[in-house]
Write a protein that binds this ligand. Structure first.
Ligand code: ATP
Ligand code: MG
Length: 666
């Protein structure tokens, strides 16, 4: 709980457990101590531009060197290395030619049904070259937008890399999205080509993709689209629109695998990616080329301390920013061997992740708290899918991303997956950041469960009040980044005004990046802890509390609670009242049982945090409303708590039926 002028409350999250980096990791890490970390921070502070110039030369191959590092002449439209030229795909593939990486496995692909295919860097370069030529043959030119609506497959990554190779800007849309979401994104981006698959395989089911594209295009407004390229993932029939639809086989027939990478300006838009929509209508976040690929590669080495022998596995989908930076670009730019997984963590059972780690000898594993929480729930109810059933000795570093990880889930991950020997890098970042911004470094940072610890060198993260004034450690406030960084969002596609308003508010001077998250720094260590979205701060009788803290207290009741989401609703007496939506580890209770468990949970929270944090309402559900990337959509829960009809954008909602269940009184 955050302290404020009206009072300080001791929190369940005054976390005293500290886990120093294992000596074995520190010994060989690029950044192997806090002194080494602080030296880098100091270097960035003393000569900010020089610091980034040095990294940009070290990590990126330029076809035309830059002469200016940072152009701040038109804030907040910052430009990095802007007179330099490069090609991002060449920085991921061509640069390995003639090195030992060329023959190395780039991708270990495991299909939904468990079939494994391996692709070397050399083969990947040839496949990207051929697909790039196919795109050109379909009329795609530098600067055109290509919408990619693909399953998690090698082909999806090839399509992204091929766009980068010819200077086309891709916009990947997650394969779970509806026709309406595809339609809106096609129109907003002005896509000329859509790359899709006939079907996708997820959890043993064959699900249509191409049919959804047909529906999306039939909704109108998509005249920009000239061709639809269709990867035939399965043998099942699909409806081919003559003249518009082209199969991959047709498009690739006779194409040479040689395609010279097109040099682009450092600021050239590599991609547009729509945010997950947790807080509102998705925004088309536009990223550049030079600063982005620098960040993707550098953070593979800083945050994951990637070694040539590592097997890296990021479980995200290429439809999210994590799948862009830490599947499609970062691992390739860093020359890693990575696992790419088509399926879902619970098929054929909830042991799939652990089985795959053992099977492929994964050494760096990067996943999301939502996955961890659901696998904890599964392991608690079925011992056969507990990670202890597999040999996970290959693991050396674990990562978390996407939401705050509550300390209980952190501890479970640390013990049961990492065998108490693997540092967990709790990486805080956003679509808009391009890559990690606040994160532990595995060989340097002592870990505290639930804290993303400290900013990367050169990231000037601060906690401020509404006017932009920096707050002392121990005081909760608004997270900002006070200086630009190379992989930052360049604008919102088609909406520079929204870009300025959303991220660089005038009240704070117009050039400080507002993350939209609340955070608090530990009074002693200065460690950051994310307390939730700015609009997720509650004010109950004058006490300010982050929803995250009450959620963590609820989830700490490990015998009962699997997941919890907390929101506020207006209350005459207390200003705001706390409403908790809870998923239990057992079946959803009703009637007397529900009332009795609700009382038990209220008493628990009172004991853990204080009576002020007791939820007024507790509702039970089989699940919570989540975005398709697995994040809890608290904005919808706020409407339910208030008893309002939901009129907001729900295009990114995974499980609409849950809204009705939670709206029932129980
Ligand atoms: P929208 O901006 O459309 O509401 P979104 O913010 O969920 O959607 P993303 O860019 O995918 O879209 O997610 C970034 C957000 O995820 C962060 O602002 C933060 O709230 C949360 N987040 C990500 N990683 C962490 C982490 N390690 N700890 C705490 N929060 C995290
Ligand atoms: Mg966001």
């Amino acid at each position: 709980m955050t302290a404020n002028s009206q009072g300080t409350i001791e929190s369940v999250l005054v976390e005293n457990r500290v886990f120093p980096p294992p000596a074995s990791v520190s010994a060989t890490a690029r950044i192997g101590s806090m002194d080494a970390y602080r030296a880098l921070c100091q270097e960035a502070e003393q000569d900010f531009e020089g610091f980034w110039a040095k990294r940009a030369k070290e990590h990126v191959q330029w076809t035309k060197p830059f002469t200016q590092v940072l152009d701040q002449s038109n804030p907040p439209f910052f430009k990095w290395f802007h007179d330099g030229e490069l090609n991002v795909s060449a920085n991921c593939l061509d640069k390995h030619v003639g090195t030992p990486v060329e023959q190395k496995t780039a991708i270990i692909f495991e299909a939904d049904d468990g079939a494994v295919t391996k692709v070397t860097y050399k083969e990947l370069l040839a496949r990207v070259g051929a697909f790039a030529n196919a795109l050109k043959a379909q009329g795609v030119k530098k600067g055109d937008r290509v919408l990619i609506y693909m399953p998690m497959t090698v082909e999806g990554i090839v399509a992204m890399q091929a766009c980068a190779r010819i200077g086309a800007t891709h916009s990947v849309v997650f394969g779970g999205f509806s026709a309406k979401a595809v339609n809106e994104r096609v129109i907003d981006a002005g896509a000329v080509v859509i790359v899709t698959a006939n079907y996708q395989m997820r959890g043993g089911k064959e699900l249509p993709l191409k049919a959804i594209v047909d529906d999306a295009l039939a909704m109108g407004g998509c005249e920009s689209v000239k061709k639809v390229l269709v990867f035939e993932r399965t043998a099942s029939a699909w409806n081919k629109v003559e003249g518009r639809d082209v199969t991959f086989a047709e498009a690739l027939a006779g194409q040479s695998s040689d395609c010279a990478p097109v040099p682009v300006n450092a600021e050239h838009p590599l991609f547009i990616l729509y945010t997950s929509g947790s807080t509102g209508k998705p925004k088309g976040v536009q990223h550049g080329s030079g600063g982005y690929v620098l960040w993707a590669k550098m953070t593979m080495e800083w945050t994951f301390d990637l070694k040539p022998s590592d097997v890296f596995w990021c479980t995200a989908d290429i439809g999210w920013i994590t799948g862009h930076t830490y599947i499609a670009y970062g691992p390739l730019a860093a020359g890693a061997t990575q696992v790419v997984f088509e399926g879902v963590p619970t098929y054929p059972d909830a042991g799939r992740f652990w089985q795959m780690i053992e099977r492929h000898g994964v050494s760096i594993f990067y996943t999301a708290p939502t996955a961890i929480r659901s696998l904890i729930k599964a392991a608690d109810s079925d011992a056969k899918v507990h990670p202890r059933n597999w040999n996970l000795a290959s693991l050396r570093i674990l990562g978390s991303v996407g939401e705050p990880i509550n300390p209980e889930a952190w501890m479970w991950y640390y013990k049961n997956v990492g065998g108490e020997r693997c540092p967990i890098v709790d990486t805080f970042w956003q679509t808009e950041n391009g890559g990690h911004v606040i994160t532990p470094l595995p060989g340097a940072t002592p870990l505290v469960p639930g804290s993303c610890t400290l900013p990367l060198p050169g990231i000037m993260a601060k906690i401020v009040d509404e006017t932009g004034k920096e707050l002392p450690n121990g005081t909760g406030g608004i997270l900002v980044i006070a200086k630009p960084w190379p992989s930052m969002i360049r604008t919102i596609w088609n909406d520079p005004e929204r870009f300025k308003k959303a991220y660089f508010p005038e009240e704070m001077g117009g050039s400080i990046y507002l993350a939209g998250d609340g955070a608090v720094r530990d009074a002693k260590t200065g460690y950051f802890r994310i307390t939730g979205r700015i609009d997720d701060v509650l004010n109950v009788s004058g006490h300010r509390m982050g929803t995250m803290e009450i959620e963590s207290a609820l989830v700490a009741k490990t015998d009962l609670v699997a997941e919890a989401a907390v929101v506020g609703r207006p209350d005459d007496m207390t200003g705001e009242a706390i409403c908790a939506f809870v998923v239990l580890k057992r079946a959803r209770p009703t009637g007397d049982e529900a009332r009795q468990i609700a009382k038990e949970l209220r008493d628990w929270v009172a004991k853990e945090i204080g009576p002020i944090a007791k939820p007024k309402d507790i509702r039970f559900g089989d699940n919570l409303p989540k975005t398709r990337s697995g994040k809890i959509m608290r904005r919808l829960l706020r409407s339910i708590a208030k008893g309002e009809a939901i009129t907001q954008d729900t295009s990114t909602l995974e499980n609409p039926a849950i809204l009705d269940q939670l709206s029932e009184n129980n």
